[in-house]
Design a protein around this ligand. Structure first.
Ligand SMILES: Nc1ncnc2c1ncn2[C@@H]1O[C@H](COP(=O)(O)OP(=O)(O)O)[C@@H](O)[C@H]1O
Ligand SMILES: [Mg+2]
Length: 248
């Protein structure tokens, strides 16, 4: 089944969120289909990070529903911890534990949250590290790795939990330019491998090539959602055209 016809892995309807009197998300309705890569673009302050945080239940929406497959995450009494374990999140700042080895950073949640025996957790961690090209670094400390390598460890850490969906919030924005491409390559591999992903990014080249659809956020609204071809080559929305003229 291709992403265009697959069932939604993640479905958001009528999502709103305010901080005090400041409305940050306005009636967002969007889905991410199984196996799809949805890129979220838009100006700073448009609500992209808040949307991802709502998806991961790090923020509580004021209105609207979020469904992960058949599970209603915003239902009263929903098992938030169980839901979060199915969603991998990669932030701009990777927050690895400095006193643990790279391997332990990846395996810690497998032993502490999933209850795997230490040797099996290590095995899984090494496999995930191999996927991001870092198996040889397993026994180093994070401080001995470049920023780009550390971010790839953070991706391996999220993948180790076998999430249904991966969320990325500007995963490459804090990196030196020459380190960005290795992280994007890992993300491209994941997308090509059929992972379901929602990716907030300023990397328009990545959005153009790796996204199945691109969503443009503006003033807390999802202003446009379409194929990369239509977003980047044939945009009509004036706010989108203006945004693209600034970033391309
Ligand atoms: N915890 C918070 N408290 C108050 N305002 C917030 C909070 N988080 C985000 N905001 C505001 O919400 C708006 C959207 O922020 P954000 O989702 O971070 O946008 P983006 O990721 O698109 O740059 C901004 O105006 C920001 O200042
Ligand atoms: Mg943000």
């Amino acid at each position: 089944m291709t992403a265009a016809t697959a069932a939604p892995a993640l479905r958001v309807t009528g999502l709103s969120k305010s901080y005090g009197t400041h409305t940050v998300l306005r009636d967002i309705t969007v889905d991410v289909r199984a196996g799809e890569t949805l890129c979220l673009i838009g100006p700073s302050g448009s609500g992209k990070s808040t949307l991802l945080k709502c998806l991961n239940l790090l923020e509580t929406p004021d209105n609207g529903e979020i469904w992960l497959g058949e599970t209603h995450l915003t239902a009263p009494g929903a098992d938030v911890d169980a839901a979060r374990a199915r969603i991998g999140m990669v932030f701009q700042h990777f927050n690895l534990f400095p006193h643990m080895s790279v391997e332990r950073n990846v395996s810690i949640a497998l032993t502490s949250v999933k209850g795997l025996p230490r040797d099996r957790a290590r095995e899984t961690a090494l496999r995930r590290l191999a996927e991001v090209g870092l198996e040889a670094f397993a026994d180093r400390r994070p401080s001995q790795l470049s920023g780009g390598q550390q971010q790839r460890v953070a991706i391996a850490r999220a993948l180790a939990m076998q999430p249904d969906v991966m969320l990325f919030d500007e995963a490459t924005s804090a990196l030196d330019p020459e380190l960005v491409k290795d992280v994007l390559a890992v993300m491209r591999d994941l997308a090509a491998g059929g992972m379901t992903m929602a990716v907030v990014t300023h990397e328009m080249g990545f959005a153009r090539e790796a996204a199945d659809r691109v969503a443009f956020m503006c003033d807390g609204r999802l202003a446009e959602i379409d194929t990369p071809g239509r977003i980047f080559e044939r945009a009509e929305n004036p706010r989108l055209r203006q945004f693209l003229s600034q970033v391309l």
